[in-house]
Design a protein around this ligand. Structure first.
Ligand SMILES: [Zn+2]
Length: 473
């Protein structure tokens, strides 16, 4: 492992963190326009070229192998005793991080001042789940069209997601089938005891929000200032889960699988139906690692960021969402049950469908229960109405789309019996209607990818700088 600058400890100690962060935000605002996402091979070729051109400052090291046999590499920059892990493609349908890792690595290699302001060993993994990312490549060249995105979308079953397949032994939950990609990350965490663990995720629609392992001095102000500087809104819609702990607006405490388990149990819901494996935060907390995640949407809508009162009761919003999810679950369960006897291939789309389709009913029932809680009897904001409605649209597009792909895989392979083709056609008619419903939403804005990347880049560097500047704990 090599270093590219000789650090001057006096200078580091005297570095003004605020001015470093201003510099980081300025850099984040200079990204050239981006309109596509790179495929896996293109992304890795960029990193290999960077390592070949800068052998003294960036080192490639193999850390594992994907299930389909791809070598997984990390690229190491910087020196010291503190380690920071940044990994992209952790959910393979979330490729904003593919651009973020490129820009992060390029700047840390080329800008000694920047590296000095975040002096640590940076372990950058461009793509932790290459097999999953390849199944999303169909939409990477044209990411702005939501229908095209949905028809080419793939999200693995939870036990095949790197983020949620860490080992877990908690009450009635037990999981130890971590896949090779997750094991590669676990080995790296065990080896480096990182001070900071940054999984690069992104959301779909709304505003910018974050998950942070703990409150770090100065970090929240940065996390609010960065999207403001880049002209992106903070998220004010329905949070991903009702049990999230809010550190500040749009900044949530990084959730632990064990806490979510307790929350579901407290509601009288069987936690094992939702909680399978542990998350990266559950695993890395043994080393005191801070988890950081920046969630960025591809699209926004004026209503998604409007906190004015809607005139609609929140309990009715949740009740309608519950009905939508239950109805979606029923349509998909019928189609899956009818298709299963005819399906011959155990594709990732089928495995994902088997995992997600029954969850629609579980989530619908949970939301129905939440709608009946006295706390839900209040006026909803316009953002809450829009984002809860969009949650159902999003799930129709995602999970309907993956079941269509599971059936089409066999049709395209020329092995689908007539019955299966007919089941596929009927499902596709429903799916086409869901696509049309989504297309009919007016006012959707496509957010500039380079600004989303800028937020992820700047927030990662800012959190690192704040953490490194903290007095020893
Ligand atoms: Zn994610």
């Amino acid at each position: 492992m090599s270093r590219m600058t000789t650090p001057n400890n006096a200078t580091i100690a005297g570095t003004d963190v605020d001015s470093s962060i201003n510099d980081i935000i300025t850099r984040a605002g200079t990204m050239a326009p981006l309109h596509t996402f790179p495929g896996v091979d293109e992304l890795l070729a960029t990193f290999d070229a960077m390592a070949e051109a800068n052998p003294d400052s960036i080192t490639r090291r193999r850390i594992g192998t994907s299930r389909d046999g791809d070598a997984i590499h990390e690229y190491v920059i910087g020196a010291g005793t503190k380690h920071i892990l940044v990994y992209a493609g952790v959910h393979p349908n979330e490729p904003i991080g593919f651009h973020t890792v490129q820009r992060l690595a390029e700047d840390l290699v080329k800008e000694p001042e920047l590296l000095r302001s975040v002096e640590a060993v940076w372990h950058i993994i461009p793509c932790i789940d290459p097999d999953g990312a390849r199944l999303n490549e169909g939409w990477f060249a044209n990411p702005s069209d939501r229908a095209h995105y949905a028809r080419n979308f793939y999200r693995p079953a939870p036990t095949e997601q790197v983020e949620w397949s860490f080992p877990l032994a908690y009450k009635d939950a037990y999981f130890d089938r971590s896949m090779p990609e997750t094991q590669a990350l676990m080995r790296l965490i065990d080896e480096t005891h990182p001070i900071l663990l940054v999984g690069l995720h992104n959301a779909e629609l709304g505003g910018v929000y974050y998950y942070l392992g703990r409150d770090i001095i100065g970090a929240v102000d940065d996390l609010h200032a960065i999207p403001t500087a880049l002209g992106l809104p903070l998220d004010v819609g329905e949070p991903e889960s009702a049990d999230l702990h809010v550190i500040a607006p749009a900044v949530f405490l990084a959730p632990l699988a064990t806490d979510h388990y307790d929350y579901l149990e407290s509601l009288g819901i069987d936690p094992v139906a939702e909680v399978s494996g542990g998350g990266s935060a559950d695993y890395a907390r043994r080393y005191g690692s801070v988890t950081f995640i920046a969630e960025l949407p591809y699209w926004s809508h004026p209503d998604a960021v409007d906190t004015r009162p809607s005139g609609v009761n929140y309990k009715d919003v949740l009740s309608q969402k519950a009905e939508g999810l239950l109805e979606l679950g029923a349509v998909l369960e019928d189609a899956l049950a009818a298709a299963l006897p005819h399906l011959q291939m155990n594709t990732p789309f089928l495995r994902a469908s088997r995992a997600f389709v029954p969850m629609m009913a579980v989530l619908g029932t949970n939301e129905k229960q939440r709608s009946e809680h006295p706390d839900s009897d209040r006026e909803a904001t316009i953002a809450e109405v829009f984002t809860n409605n969009d949650f159902v649209r999003c799930f129709r597009l995602r999970f309907g789309g993956m079941l269509v792909r599971a059936i089409n895989a066999e049709v395209h392979a020329g092995i689908a019996p007539t019955e299966l083709r007919h089941i596929g056609s009927a499902l596709n008619a429903n799916y086409t209607a869901w696509i049309a419903e989504s297309d009919a939403v007016e006012g959707l804005a496509v957010l500039p990818i380079e600004r989303l990347v800028g937020v992820q880049y700047a927030s990662t560097l800012a959190v690192a700088a704040r953490l490194l500047a903290e007095p020893a704990r």
